[in-house]
Design a binder for this molecule. Sequence first.
Ligand SMILES: Cc1cc2nc3c(=O)[nH]c(=O)nc-3n(C[C@H](O)[C@H](O)[C@H](O)COP(=O)(O)OP(=O)(O)OC[C@H]3O[C@@H](n4cnc5c(N)ncnc54)[C@H](O)[C@@H]3O)c2cc1C
Length: 366
Amino acid sequence: MTTGFLGAADHFGYVDLLSEAEKTVLTRLRCFLQDEAEPVLADHWERGETPLFLRDRLAGLDLVDPAEVRGAGESVRPLFLGFRNLEFSRVDGSLAILFGGQAGMFRTVVATGGSEQQLASWDEDIASFRMTGCFALTEPDHGSDIARGVQTEARRDGDGWVLNGAKRWIGNAAFSEYVAVAAKDADDGQVKVFLARADDPGLDITKIEGKTSLRMVHNADIGLRDVRVPETHRLQRINSFADLNRAFETLRPDVVWNATGLQLGLYETVLEYTRKREQFGRPIGGILAGHFGDRIGRKRMLVLSLYLMGGATVLIGLIPTYESIGLWAPALLTVLRLVQGLGVGAEWGGAVTMAVEHAPADKRSL
Ligand SMILES: Cc1cc2nc3c(=O)[nH]c(=O)nc-3n(C[C@H](O)[C@H](O)[C@H](O)COP(=O)(O)OP(=O)(O)OC[C@H]3O[C@@H](n4cnc5c(N)ncnc54)[C@H](O)[C@@H]3O)c2cc1C
């Protein structure tokens, strides 16, 4: 399972870009998601509840700075982080946020904005989930335009700050110890980030009910009324929204990997279904081949499917590189993979149908 663990969906062989150590960690994640997460997801989805106990299990899987990767003398690469997101979203987008809200978003914001001293105190605890947190940027009246729209205000008061305002859609807030609040400094008008404790007086967290998408993610409205945060809990290297943007440079690609993972999961589900689901005497994935098989004959159709598969496979080997023909290379590869898909679908469906139809009646099934 360590090689080719993306299976039939990895048409471009991206898994080969990963090191053996990275594949081992991702395989561990895959096994966990299949064996422990998948069985409980449907029930939690129905109830709109986060399967929080999975976060504790995930914390123990050593996925943040894995020993295997360090042991191989490698560092954690963006490619590995991308595949990690993909793997989560392949199974469930909500789980990606349960893990990523802590290990991705909260940790990245603190790592980007914290001073050396702050990082020395917090980073290890955040990576191991001993210090849990979420990141509160979005507000009720400002989402896409938040860069210029932060209304939550921070006012300097002695050796600390006083926060007032409101945040919305904040993922994981209800079960995080800290809320990293982005607020505008009333003096210089610049955005700064403050680690408030979720149980601080004046900080009020309310679950947003009635969601359908990402239903298991606990999103919250957060009210801040004279919440006091010491200067020691202000991230020292974030003194403007531009500073915060450095965190997004790492976090934005996560969203793309998540979207890719969701599509991968959908593709795998559809593929499996069309292979197994039988209607009109054949798997629905073989309907096309079956239709033409009825018209031109099963044997001819089977031979044609072999040609499609063989021809496309040979041509894939002859595609020039990206350096030689640019975007035509992936475009041709995609078209030929589609032809291969038609070939394999027809071959498999046709072969099964022929085998069943030509078998003696008493040997057609178990
Ligand atoms: C599951 C979930 C978890 C989240 N977790 C967090 C979190 O932990 N912390 C946090 O701070 N926020 C979080 N958010 C909030 C998220 O960042 C915002 O939802 C996002 O920024 C979009 O803002 P909005 O929902 O207000 O949409 P809007 O800004 O109202 O946008 C609505 C639609 O209009 C489109 N649109 C907006 N402006 C334009 C334009 N100029 N041109 C064309 N189209 C446009 C958008 O693409 C979108 O499709 C979360 C949201 C969700 C759904």
